[in-house]
Design a protein around this ligand. Structure first.
Ligand code: GDP
Ligand code: MG
Length: 737
């Protein structure tokens, strides 16, 4: 086989890069109808007519300046890794804006070919793009494709392979930027060429333009490698800058952008683009947007849609949740019936089945939630939510682009703060980014949902959907207010403008919806299977050992003995027929015995490692209404929030042996004297807002710093605790508790 060919896929956000990447490599990367999902680049391999090809999916960018992480990642990759050919994917239905990036690739002089994507969408809108004409004008191959169906991809790769054979010998595109700048560029290029300034990385003219555009990254590198030349170049630039501001009141960046658009317009006008319909005709998407993003109607529609998502998720999933619940209890009984009593059985049932089963039991609910979110995302509506929310987010010192991290973290409930924290990379301003990063853990992630469902189900049985809705709104309120608080104290600073485009509405495909739903659900299941399994066993061990001393066990045996001897022999005997002879006495004895069992189990739990820790904390946690068993669960929740439900399950099944063994955890909590509506809400508040789980903490540390990660842990926990105390005390005084 000949050498492998390296190709890179680049283009505007939402132009279809990932779709094409998946088509070519057979990978199943996340494809979203939402700008800014790919931040890191992904690599894939495939074989085309006997040649091995390695393909890199770069993050989507509108430009190649140093304004955002994506642009830097894409540009650095191109100049450092030097792929043999760049496949520039261009959205045919949005040609003019897409060519802006193409223009910059041409100026950079990368070997390139254009994949003219979404010709189906363009056609529906009455737009015809002449690929041959565009190819002739730009001097590079242009291949029309439909990434979604894979149409045209073979020819695309044929052409790309041909370009790759030509090596990096392309003449960079030379656009005129008007008299003033052109003259300065000539002087700059002379200086750059003379000094060999950055010429190993960029064409001289490109460096000159970047200096005029005020590119931080390139200017910093220049200063580093050749301070004297850099100083000279910067002086030339500021000279023309001052001149332009004085004569025309503009900065060079603006003139450069204007001329690039002029260049693109002139190309498009030369027979590249023809509209079949009137150009002022309202496209379907625009017509929908007139209503859906209307200032008054928009928010109402948005709230209605979000509420519909709730109703769908919580009412429709009820049946499958209960089916799975019965399946798990059946499994539990079968296993329990076949194992001899003892430590091993206790670990399997109390540790593993209750722990992992409690988490898996919510899988149907989470699937319904993810399915609903996938519809919003794939149809393009989610981007409208971001657009509308920008107005509100601005008030709190955040940015419209903060919406996606919030939603991913569980803004519509479900989701996870880990990808949410990573999604903040699309924010350009460091302060807005930090403010988003620190507040996304307040959202109701998928792991908190089971706790919400459990406590709301147990204490507010009627109006479940309404309560869920209320707690979601509350999580938003807390996140936004704390963002505002951060932005007016530790993260004070300017806000940046909103530049995200609205992708056209598309009808989601069933396959796409199912893939999205399954991907996210599978992540949840995997987490339940690995992390949660380990933690369930660890917590079970903490709750079991060191256990009671032989003396105490003997003392309880003694008590049982005493009770039994107090009754006639035929009742004590195990056989059912004889017991029926004196049913009342038998029941009384069984009850007394079970109370002794319960006391023994509770004393054992108190004596365990977890019990001791939980009790030590009780002296402060009681102000919020939490007893030592709740404390154990909250400690486990630091490791992963899923653990809270499972630990409560273990604590309450071990600590109190109920005569009705089948009572669910919810019912057990309802009957427990320590629990009431006041405690339930205080616990919910604490769980919603206390420290992010340790995986999130690690991500925050990686994305920001350990200082911010520790800040997040302590700030959130202190805040949540104060909130829980205030609520509990008020509830108690007003007679709720
Ligand atoms: P990226 O941001 O460039 O990676 O874009 P994606 O691959 O995530 O695609 C954005 C959206 O465009 C998705 O909803 C795709 O299903 C859709 N899409 C991609 N290519 C085509 C196409 O050729 N035709 C149509 N109709 N839709 C497409
Ligand atoms: Mg993508």
């Amino acid at each position: 086989m000949k050498d492998k060919i390296t190709m890179a896929l680049a283009g505007n956000p939402n132009a279809g890069k990932t779709t094409l990447f998946n088509q070519l490599t057979g990978a199943r990367q996340h494809v979203g109808n939402y700008p800014g999902i790919t931040v890191d680049y992904k690599e894939g391999r495939f074989v085309h007519t006997g040649r091995e090809i390695s393909l890199t999916d770069l993050p989507g960018t509108y430009s190649l300046t140093a304004y955002s992480v994506e642009e830097l990642v894409a540009r650095d990759y191109l100049v450092n890794a030097k792929p043999q050919v760049v496949i520039n994917i261009v959205d045919a239905s949005n040609l003019e804006r897409n060519l802006y990036l193409t223009c910059q690739f041409l100026e950079l002089g990368v070997p390139m070919i254009i994949a003219l994507n979404m010709i189906d969408v363009a056609k529906d809108r009455g737009i015809a793009v002449k690929a041959d004409r565009l190819a002739a004008l730009l001097g590079i191959p242009v291949v029309p494709i439909i990434a979604r169906t894979g149409q045209g991809k073979d020819r695309l790769i044929d052409e790309a392979v041909a370009v790759a054979a030509e090596k990096w010998n392309l003449q960079p595109l030379d656009i005129s930027y008007g008299d003033d700048l052109d003259e300065t560029i000539i002087n700059l290029v002379a200086e750059i060429e003379g000094e060999g300034f950055l010429t190993d990385t960029y064409p001289p003219r490109y460096t000159a333009i970047k200096y005029l555009e005020n590119d931080d990254q390139i200017m910093a590198r220049g200063r580093e490698i050749n301070p004297t030349a850099a100083e000279k170049i910067e002086a030339l630039v500021s000279q023309v800058s001052v001149h332009l501001v004085k004569t025309m009141d503009v900065f060079p960046e603006a003139i450069i952008a204007d001329h690039r658009y002029g260049f693109i317009k002139s190309i498009i006008r030369q027979g590249v683009l023809t509209h079949k319909f009137d150009t002022d005709r309202l496209y379907a998407s625009d017509r929908i947007d007139k209503i859906v993003t209307n200032r008054l109607l928009g928010p109402v529609i948005m709230l209605a849609i979000l509420f519909a998502v709730y109703t769908f998720t919580f009412s429709w999933s009820e049946l499958p949740v209960s089916w799975l619940g019965s399946l798990i209890s059946w499994f539990d009984e079968v296993i329990a019936g076949h194992l001899p009593d003892g430590l091993f059985k206790s670990m399997i049932t109390s540790g593993i089945i209750h722990g992992v089963g409690g988490v898996l039991g919510f899988v149907p609910l989470i699937m319904f939630m993810f399915f609903a979110i996938a519809i919003l995302e794939d149809s393009g509506y989610l981007a409208r939510v971001a657009f509308m929310m920008d107005r509100i987010f601005r008030i709190f010192g955040l940015h419209g682009s903060s919406v996606m991290p919030f939603i991913i973290s569980g803004g519509i409930a479900g989701g996870c703060a880990v990808p949410g924290v990573l999604a903040t990379r699309t924010l350009r301003s460091p302060k807005e980014r930090l403010a988003t990063l620190l507040t996304v853990p307040f959202m109701n992630c998928g792991a908190k949902l089971p706790v919400l469902a459990l406590l709301i189900g147990a204490f507010f049985t009627e109006n479940k959907a309404q309560y869920m809705f209320f707690f979601t709104v509350l999580s938003w309120a807390v996140a936004l207010l704390s963002a505002k608080f951060f932005r007016s104290t530790v993260l004070r600073g300017e806000s940046t403008p909103f530049v995200m485009e609205l992708p056209p509405y598309r009808f989601p495909t069933l396959q796409g919806l199912l893939i999205h739903t399954w991907e996210r659900t599978w992540q949840y299941i995997k987490k339940a299977g690995s992390v949660i399994l380990g933690i369930s066993i660890l917590i079970w061990a903490m709750m079991t050992f060191p256990g009671l001393s032989p003396n105490r066990i003997a003392a309880f045996d003694q008590q049982r003995q005493v009770v039994s001897t107090g009754f006639p022999a035929d009742i004590v005997s195990e056989t059912e027929e004889k017991r029926t002879a004196a049913p009342e006495q038998a029941a009384h004895m069984a009850e007394t015995l079970s109370i002794i069992d319960g006391n023994q189990a509770e004393e054992a739990l108190r004596n365990s490692a977890a019990g001791r820790l939980g009790m030590a904390l009780e002296s402060i946690s009681r102000y919020a209404g939490f007893d030592w068993r709740t404390n154990i669960a909250l400690i486990g929740g630091f490791a992963a929030k899923e653990v809270i439900v499972s630990t409560l399950g273990t604590a309450y099944s071990m600590g109190k042996v109920d005569t009705k063994k089948s009572a669910s955890l919810g019912q057990r909590l309802q009957q427990d004297p320590h629990w009431n509506k006041g405690v339930a809400v205080a616990a919910l508040l604490f769980i919603m807002f206390y420290s992010p789980c340790f995986i999130t903490i690690i991500c925050i540390a990686r994305e920001a710093s350990w200082r911010w990660a520790l800040f997040s842990m302590t700030f959130n926990t202190a805040f949540a605790f104060i909130l829980a105390i205030v609520f509990y005390q008020v509830a108690r005084l007003s007679g709720l508790g």
